[in-house]
Write a protein that binds this ligand. Sequence first.
Ligand code: GLP
Length: 247
Amino acid sequence: MEIIICKDYEEISKKAGKEVIDLLKSKPAATLGLATGSSPIGIYNELIRAYREGEITFESVKSFNLDEYVGLDRNHPQSYYSFMHEHLFDKVNIKEENIHIPYVFDLNKGFAACKKYSKLLENTEIDLQILGIGSNGHIGFNEPGTPFTQRTFIVNLTDKTRQDNKRFFSSLEEVPTKAITMGLVEIVQAKRIILIASGAPKAMAIAKLLNGPIGTKFPASILRSHPNVTIFVDKAAASLIEGVIYE
Ligand code: GLP
C-alpha cells in the first residue's frame, strides 16, 4: 500500500485527479468505480476541468457507484444518484446508459436489486476504484463486522455512520437506516484503488488502516491485501500514523 501525504485537500484532489485523468487519456473506454461523500468532490472538479479543457472525454467511460441509501427516491436531493449528477455526471459527456448506481426504494425488492448489481459487477472489470473512508473504517457502506467475502447487500447503517452523515439532512431521523452497497470482495476486485481522506476526524481511521490489525472489525483493512492501492491524505489525516497504540 502506497501512501502520499499532501499539503492540503487541494493537493490531494489535484494528485488523485491526475491519476484518473491519466487513465482516461490512456484508456478512453475505462471503467471507473465511483464514490460519494465530501472526499471525492475535489477529484470530480478536476475531471470536469480536464473535460472542459478538452483533455479527456467521457464518451466511452463506464461508471459503477459503490452504494446508495435505501428508501430515498432517486431524485431526493440527498440520494447518491442526485449527488453524482450534481457533482460530476451533469457536467461531463458520460452517457446515462453507462452509469450504474444501485437503487432500492422498496425494501421488498432489495434482494433482487442486490443480485442484479452483483451480477453486473461479476461481468465487469473496474480499472480504477475511488474510495473515501468512514470514521469507523467503512468503505462503501461496508460497516464493521462485514465479512471480507461479502457481495452487494443491504446493510443496517451504524449509529456512528448516521451521525456522521446527519450533516447532509435536516435531522438524524431523516438519515436512512439502511443502504445498498457493493460488498468488500467486489471492491477489492478493482485493478487499482485510490483512497482519499482529509482532515483530523479521519486521522484515527488512517492510522488503523495502515498499522492496525487486518480483520472485519475494521473493514478498510481488507485493502492491505490488495496489490495496487494508493492512499492520498493531507497532513491532518496523517497526523496519527506514528505512535498509535491499538487494542
Ligand atoms: C459515506 C459513503 C462512503 C464515504 C463516507 C465518507 O458513508 N458511503 O463511501 O467514503 O461517507 O464520507 P466523507 O468523504 O464525506 O467523509
